[in-house]
Ligand binder design. Sequence first.
Ligand SMILES: *[C@@H]1O[C@H](CO)[C@@H](O)[C@H](O)[C@H]1NC(C)=O
Ligand SMILES: *[C@@H]1O[C@H](CO)[C@@H](O)[C@H](O)[C@H]1NC(C)=O
Ligand SMILES: *[C@@H]1O[C@H](CO)[C@@H](O)[C@H](O)[C@H]1NC(C)=O
Ligand SMILES: *[C@@H]1O[C@H](CO)[C@@H](O)[C@H](O)[C@H]1NC(C)=O
Ligand SMILES: *[C@@H]1O[C@H](CO)[C@@H](O)[C@H](O)[C@H]1NC(C)=O
Ligand SMILES: *[C@@H]1O[C@H](CO)[C@@H](O)[C@H](O)[C@H]1NC(C)=O
Ligand SMILES: *[C@@H]1O[C@H](CO)[C@@H](O)[C@H](O)[C@H]1NC(C)=O
Length: 456
Amino acid sequence: MRLSLLSLSGSLLLSGVAVIAASMPEKIYGVNLGSWLVLESWMLPQEWLDMGGESCADCSTCIATEFTFAKAFPDTVDGIFAKHWDTWFTQDDVDTLKSLGINTLGYWIVEALVNRETEFYPRGGILALIRGLQQLQAAGIVAILDHHALPGVQDADQMFTGNCTTNVQFYTPQNYGRALTWAGVMTALSHLHPAFTPVFAIEAVNEPIMDAADTPGYGTYQKEFVTVVRAVESALGVEVSGFQANSQQTSTNASQAIIDMSNQNNTLFDSQVIDALINTAIIVAQLASESGTQFNLGSSGKGQQPLVHENTDPPNPADAAMGPQAYDNHLYYVFGGVADPTPEAYLQSICNLNRVQADAALGNSPLWFGEWGLPTQFNATDEFLQQWADAQKLAYSEGAGWIFWNFKVENSVLANNLSREWSYIEGVNLGYFTKDPSQVHNASVCDGFTNSTTSS
Ligand SMILES: *[C@@H]1O[C@H](CO)[C@@H](O)[C@H](O)[C@H]1NC(C)=O
Ligand SMILES: *[C@@H]1O[C@H](CO)[C@@H](O)[C@H](O)[C@H]1NC(C)=O
Ligand SMILES: *[C@@H]1O[C@H](CO)[C@@H](O)[C@H](O)[C@H]1NC(C)=O
Ligand SMILES: *[C@@H]1O[C@H](CO)[C@@H](O)[C@H](O)[C@H]1NC(C)=O
Ligand SMILES: *[C@@H]1O[C@H](CO)[C@@H](O)[C@H](O)[C@H]1NC(C)=O
Ligand SMILES: *[C@@H]1O[C@H](CO)[C@@H](O)[C@H](O)[C@H]1NC(C)=O
Ligand SMILES: *[C@@H]1O[C@H](CO)[C@@H](O)[C@H](O)[C@H]1NC(C)=O
């Protein structure tokens, strides 16, 4: 890690002024870069076997995630993953997408946070992230950094957490603390590192458990997350309306400015926030020294970085807002519980979706649909998938927009045409999606399905 960052220092221009973050598009048309920085083996079953992984029905019982892989192959994991990062998401993909991009990444991207005695993850991911963000920037695509794999694991038996386990430990003070440091470091990089210019939002947690009884302290964590992000921004000279702890900036050294901020006797700063700010300052200083450069504050930056929270109820994420904030809803019909498993019921449901309005009533606006797909609980015809794509796009565009899961999945015998319903690029090829994401094939697709009372 140290070596590779050093070798990159020539190409990193880190000395300049605070980066002005990209802004949120008027309407989001996006795709997730899933399985890139947090590999989910179900999406690339053949490549995973070729890498040396295993396949099993219960993903906690074999080498099905990054954690078990890194534990089994400590000597080769970094090289094998470096190859995956290089090949899964490439300049070709950027060229193909050129619509809207989004990013997902795991906490081990900030390697100082990993306890190497008990936690096993590949190293070097941050360089892949920097490379990808530079390519997105060149293509004019903005990005959301969505924290998919939280320290201690935020949900049971999910590949997207990086470790399939029933031992869910995220909702503890120690792991909230590590997640807050992650947020601080990502915020600092977003404003200091030129490669992070396309980042316009940082998402606190991907798909936390949606039951307050199982997530003690989560409401407080959300507020601390926002406070850490805003405190780092303020320390770096980024103006944030609605944030009550202005920086008494005395140092042009970014780490020192963050430490000065943490010393403010401010009632917003509890001990978790103060610790996260200090740890952020230390890691930022390490990253600067490892890359042989220095993060300096130049003329004051101005920017805004809306924050994103998953919808959880309770607590209401709107209660945590200070400055611009946005909200992310994920909607998958294929896992059941949304509509009866028939084409008619799916259209009836999506054509009457009222989540944007219901969330706005709680203050959770703007809302985007950060994950959705075409999979169904029945064998869908090509005709249906075209209607299904149109109807979902229309529904989600009533909010801030949509981000499809995923930009691609593997095309292999083993993957068994998974790409038909899970890959945006393949969906365009097969004609389910219009080439222009702002368009639909049939704007009247909901005729006959919209409840008469809501048809206006
Ligand atoms: C990861 O999963 C393993 C089981 O596969 C479990 O023993 C371990 O506690 C988990 N580690 C973390 C950090 O969640
Ligand atoms: C910047 O400040 C940090 C924290 O005080 C310190 O560790 C680091 O050495 C400083 N960097 C430089 C180049 O002075
Ligand atoms: C911090 O502020 C509180 C109330 O504003 C005050 O009572 C306390 O003395 C202050 N502590 C320090 C160390 O300045
Ligand atoms: C629309 O009608 C269906 C049944 O006809 C009903 O189940 C559903 O709740 C209605 N939705 C709205 C938003 O009114
Ligand atoms: C879908 O089609 C396959 C192959 O014809 C069949 O085996 C399967 O049972 C069908 N699934 C459903 C839910 O109808
Ligand atoms: C995958 O689905 C598409 C669209 O229905 C179909 O044309 C193609 O033949 C399928 N491919 C395989 C390998 O089943
Ligand atoms: C659009 O969808 C509606 C509702 O299913 C249908 O009545 C209409 O014929 C479709 N229009 C076209 C051009 O396919």
